[in-house]
Design a protein around this ligand. Sequence first.
Ligand code: SAM
Ligand code: SF4
Length: 328
Amino acid sequence: MDSLLTDTFGRRHDYLRISLTERCNLRCQYCMPEEGVALSPRDHILTFEEIVRLARHFVAAGVTKIRLTGGEPLVRKNVEELVDAIGAIDGLETLAITTNGLLLPKKLDRLVAGGVNLVNISLDSLQTERFRRIARRDGLDIVRRAIDLALEAGVRTKVNCVVMKGVNDDELVDFVSLTQNLPIEVRFIEFMPFAGNMWNDAEFMPFDAMMERIRVTYPGLRRLEDGPNDTSKAFAVPGFAGRVGFITSMTQEFCSTCNRLRITADGNLKVCLFGNAEVSLRDAMRDGATDGELSELIGSAVNRKKAAHAGLYNLVTMDNRPMILIGG
Ligand code: SAM
Ligand code: SF4
């Protein structure tokens, strides 16, 4: 059944990202407009049972890693039970969650007990005022505590930071310094254009410029070996407990080794983050699709996956959902 998730370019897709909700308790400037986004009607969102059915189906087809995302996945009702059900699927090796961290102190223990073994926490500033400006809400202290708690619980922990020139690029070095004592991986993400996020060239900071800035303070920053499907380039300062990664989606695409598929909260399968082709698995399930029919639908969507996305400047003008509705 493995070939179902292998595309015409020989890419095997063993990593599925499932968006649990379109809702969020923050309003990050780079992710969505201040007024929020128009949400899908409640009955358009996948139910608990539909999510679990799809998770099982994809794991049976060869997926070994599932990431729960959103919106903010932890605002989804019954996320703990959902994690229990997905964590119990035979063959799943990694159950990850990408979260802004606000609800993590309350939910972490349950999530870890249910099988979450990788947590990515988004944090774009270590300064209270600036955090508030970027996220349009308060929360820095809670997010810092969430990171400490995740480490105490022994979960692999990454910190995602979207770097924007003139907004938070002066904190690059502070974020690298966090890895001196904390065994985390800080990942700097190039700012990507999506509908409604006011992406502009002036705020875009490419990987090279980030490196240049960091090397002034940390000239010894050393390149590490990456895994075969890593989207991030790994580095570390010798002697530091953690490491640093760069997600260079804009300047150096990693399409040729892409192993990811995405399911939006309203049940669409998206084979490329930057593509607007989508197929509704929700409608198929609600129309009574058998497992075989579901497989056919998934297999043909995977087969239509393109070799690479459209390139930096086409992305800026392309029609696509805002990030919050894709599931980051
Ligand atoms: N709410 C959760 C969170 O913030 O971690 C999960 C969803 S969020 C859409 C997933 C990731 O996408 C976050 O790390 C966020 O920083 C990143 N992201 C959102 N908009 C982005 C953009 N325009 N460019 C780059 N990364 C972005
Ligand atoms: Fe919410 Fe995450 Fe988007 Fe921020 S990046 S608005 S936390 S979904």
